[in-house]
Design a protein around this ligand. Sequence first.
Ligand SMILES: [Zn+2]
Length: 243
Amino acid sequence: MKNIHYTLNWNNIEVEQSPRKFISQASKVKGFEEFFNLARNVKYRRTNIDWKSTFEVLSDDDPSNITTFKSSRRKAEKIKFLMEKLPTIEQIKKSLLDIYDNWLCPICSDVIEDFNHIWLCVCHVNILQKIVRDSQHFILTSDFCHVSLTDINSLDNFWNWSIDNNCLTFIDFIKVVCTIIGDLHEFTYNEVMNNIWKSRCELQVVLEKNLSITKKKKLDSRLNFSANSSFNFINNTNFSSVD
Ligand SMILES: [Zn+2]
């Protein structure tokens, strides 16, 4: 057995690098391909995106190459931004509908809260305006920012926080999908996290506490949801051969 050697092939091509490295890279490419082809990414397939820089920002540039809980959590948060998977009310309704049915945006209490509404919420307009102004100020005053305001201003719609199906806007920049990244993104991302998303989550916690929505209640609801899903699957499945 000791003399038996294997070669790893992929699509009939011999893999020359180590299997571990190859599988890791193949997995990343497959994951990116699936993300890239998502329906919501039509705009990004049509525009000039620097994906390499985008994923460098996502990796959170920890120079030590050591994954800490903090860096891991930050990376997970950024991926949720990119994937539009922040736990908004509409998102959590998918698994906890019995608790959150009829819930609206916790900030304005006026409309449903999906990913886009975070930026369009009437209560966030002033905060976003300030973040835009502070980001521009950061570019002008920081020694660490390597892009000029002139360069950024040349990008149409960059400072607009609207949702646009064709152009890249400030919202895309927050999601790290943009050609200009680095320290400016870090600054802007922190401002958005601290002044919009974290504040919103703190308010959500208070609302849930007032309504006695505990972790246990959510867990029970999830378990019920899973059980019902399995039950529906079994009842809706046509078994071609039943003895
Ligand atoms: Zn709102």
